[in-house]
Write a protein that binds this ligand. Sequence first.
Ligand code: ZN
Length: 416
Amino acid sequence: MKSIYESVRDRFLSYVVINTASMHNPTTTPSTMRQFDLARLLEKELKEIGVSDVWLDDVNCVVYGKIPSNVEKRVKAVGFVAHMDTSPDVESENIKPWVYENYQGGDVVLNKEKNIVMEVKTYPNLKNYIGQDIVFTDGTTLLGGDDKAAIASVMAFAEYIINHPEIKHGEIDIAFTPDEEVGGLAKDLDFARFGAELAYTLDGDFVGTYSYETFNATEAQIKIKGLSVHPGTAKGVMINAVDVGVEIINMLPLSERPYTTEGREGYYHSHYFNGTCEEAELYILIRDHDDVMFDKRIAYINACVEKMAEKYGKDRFELKYANGYRSMRKVVEPHMYMIDYLVSAIEKAGVKPNELPFRGGTDGSAISQRGLPCPNISAGYENGHSRFEFVPIQAMEKNVEILINLVENFVNKEEG
Ligand SMILES: [Zn+2]
């Protein structure tokens, strides 16, 4: 029987070489069929481990499994969710992971031939892992620790729990979902089949991090109709949709952009702008942790567009909102013991808990919005969505320990 360390290491190395990059603006479910390659492997491995009710939804590409309760008393069914896809924004073909054993600090040569070096001065987080065994890439691709480090941990956890019946736990429900990176929001996760009464996603970065607060989010999609005229005779007639778009962008405060904000500060992010004199499209992401501030931001965008409509004509503008989610905070707050149990589980594993108001959304935001409280736990990766991504094997090992402590807490601490 493999140790937890060997189990997470071997699983992780085998998962990351499967290219599961998802695709923006998906036209299929899942967005890329190769996510099924990993889904089928996970289905097989869950069965081998002895997990019950293993099922692959071969339409929506969601993998399910259960570990039944081994205690008499009634304990809430706890779910763990991780996503199988990886970011489409970095090359993911031909991933060549390698393990730097007993890292002793200093720059890391990822690729001698191509002279790709990871420097400590750019990536000081390397220093947190001295003495650990770290999985790196060859500097030309993504690693995919986001979120395969989580999948490896959940699998090793399931294996350990099944082989150690002395660990007391309630029902444990597992789900692996597709397309998180492209806004899939675990929409095809079937709650009835999943069975969890509470759940955690594992999709944060370094070990010990957790979030029960995410952004409130939406995307303002503005269509601008201009009026093209020969530039030589345009005076007083032409309405350049590109210029009008720039005018709107300039109405967004410079101090409220992604690159000028941090922590709990919200922002406007004009992330897509495409057009000609005749017509243009401008997409602005709106983000804020605070509900009231979030609503104010939407009102501000409405006001900007209205102002432009007064200036250029009402029928030149179309504004709609899409791709939204709400912070999970309101849904999680009535169940704060989920966070207390988690913090105690992290501490018991000898890791420092690190609460992070997450500057993004997770599948857990959408899962919470559908009524199942679902905070986020770290997956253990560093520098996600980058060729300089890395995963310390000990971080995944710690995550397994945290999950074990967590399910034990639900038995030991839950009242009634
Ligand atoms: Zn992720």
